[in-house]
Design a binder for this molecule. Structure first.
Ligand code: PGA
Ligand code: ZN
Length: 427
């Protein structure tokens, strides 16, 4: 068979923050090959699969030579000889070889590198683009991006507590037009900030990271940029937020308190879950917010239920740290009526098979799914293809700035071109 895995090789490379990560190359007996690189988060959920790092002094403890060695030794021995087109079998072999719930033995970074590279190799062997190989004939929906244009929290060193202020172009029929609008707004936002004497330096995901007088000012400067760029606020352009509230909870705990700490703007200020919900509810009444991700912390299940009761009929409430792309946590959310959407990050769970399972479970239960990058990325564009393969309809992959982010948008431009008239946007 020409799709038998004949060789696997991994190496350590650098991610967008200059930290080590790994990439993996898989070669098949017929000569086809595939390569994939693994992303890395900063505001990670406590239940994510384990990212194996070397520790010690070199690379600030962030080396991945152990994970690389796991691929080149144990994983290669177990997976060589398998059929690359049987993704489930390859992934299950690695899950069993690891033998833990959280992929702590081999490292989810090691397992994911192989899982993604195997898919790329199989797609190449079949002469198909990755989205078509993974999604089949039905893959045709171009995702509506969430462009992270203003950064705070753990992704920037400014006075903004909430991590991500994003714009989402729902009022367009065409991916290219939507992309252009958001790029124009991004550049106009730079001018708005410049005119106000604010910094136009960018954070980890390419969004601007100015010091603002309060968190809500982020919405006001974005509203100004949308208007100045000539687009309509609340008709063409909407807001998506990711305050990454688990980080506010951790900061409160460092002070010995329970609640949500405004660690960047006012480190003494700690508010309750109900008060957080009041902020979201007030903002949703005054701004065109369509989506809030991690509006509460990952352990605050009772708060999530309340938040979903208050806002869930109108607003997309996305569980990132809450669900960690894990069907088991999503299942709890579905049962308890918490959130109505899942953020999907391949390295939170560690295999493509489980990633697709999470999306399927979400869709089956009328939850939306949003494919997502991590704050530490590479030039790898696998998630762009997965977003189309799953027809999930939304992707979050940063500002339209910095090659690690634009690589995904550029891949979507290529996919849009390939799909031609078959493509649908914003459905
Ligand atoms: P992370 O942040 O990749 O640093 O975890 C992204 C997010 O919270 O969505
Ligand atoms: Zn998040």
């Amino acid at each position: 068979m020409t799709t038998t895995i004949s060789n696997i090789h991994a190496r350590q490379i650098l991610d967008s923050r200059g930290n080590p990560t790994l990439e993996c190359e898989v070669t098949l007996s017929g000569g086809a090959a595939g390569r994939a690189a693994v992303p890395s988060g900063a505001s990670t959920g406590e239940n994510e699969a384990v990212e194996l790092r070397d520790g010690g002094e070199p690379w600030g403890g962030k080396g991945v030579s152990k994970a690389v060695a796991h691929i080149n030794n144990e994983i290669a021995s177990a997976v060589k000889g398998k059929d690359a087109t049987d993704q489930t079998s390859v992934d299950t072999t690695m899950i069993n070889l690891d033998g833990t719930e959280n992929k702590g033995n081999l490292g989810a970074n090691a397992i994911l590198g192989v899982s993604m590279a195997v898919a790329h190799a199989a797609a190449n062997a079949e002469n198909k683009p990755l989205y078509a190989y993974l999604g089949g004939e039905d893959a045709h929906i171009l995702p509506v991006p969430m462009f992270n244009i203003l950064n705070g929290g753990k992704h920037a060193d400014n006075t903004v507590d909430f991590q991500e202020f994003m714009i989402q172009p729902w009022g367009f029929d065409d991916f290219g037009e939507a992309l252009r609008a958001c790029v124009e707004i991004y550049h106009t936002l730079k001018n708005v900030l410049h005119d106000r004497g604010m910094s136009t330096a960018v954070g980890d995901e390419g969004g601007f990271a100015p010091n603002l007088s309060d968190n809500e000012e982020a919405l006001r400067v974005i509203e100004e940029a949308v208007g100045r760029a000539g687009y309509s606020w609340g008709e063409q352009i909407f807001v998506a937020l990711d305050p990454a509230a688990s980080e506010l909870v951790s900061e409160a705990r460092k002070l010995g308190k329970e609640g949500y700490c405004f660690f960047s703007s006012d480190p003494e200020k700690v508010i309750s879950s109900e008060e957080m919900i009041d902020i979201w509810s007030d903002w949703c009444a005054r701004y065109p917010i369509r989506s809030i991700e991690d509006g509460l912390g990952e352990d605050d299940w009772s708060g999530w239920k309340l938040l979903t009761e208050r806002l869930g009929s109108k607003i997309q409430l996305v569980g990132d740290d809450l669900f960690v792309t894990n069907p088991a946590f999503l299942d709890r959310g579905i049962t308890e009526g918490s959130a109505n959407s899942i953020l999907v990050k391949v390295n939170q769970i560690g295999t493509l098979t489980e990633t697709f399972e999470a999306v399927k479970l979400a869709h089956k239960n009328k939850y939306t799914a949003v494919l997502s990058h991590r704050s530490g990325e590479t030039e790898d564009t696998t998630i762009a293809d997965i977003s189309v393969a799953t027809n999930c309809g939304q992707i979050k992959t940063g500002a339209p700035c910095r090659s690690d982010r634009t690589a995904k948008y550029n891949q979507l431009i290529r996919i849009a071109e390939q799909l031609g008239d078959r493509a649908r946007f914003g459905v």
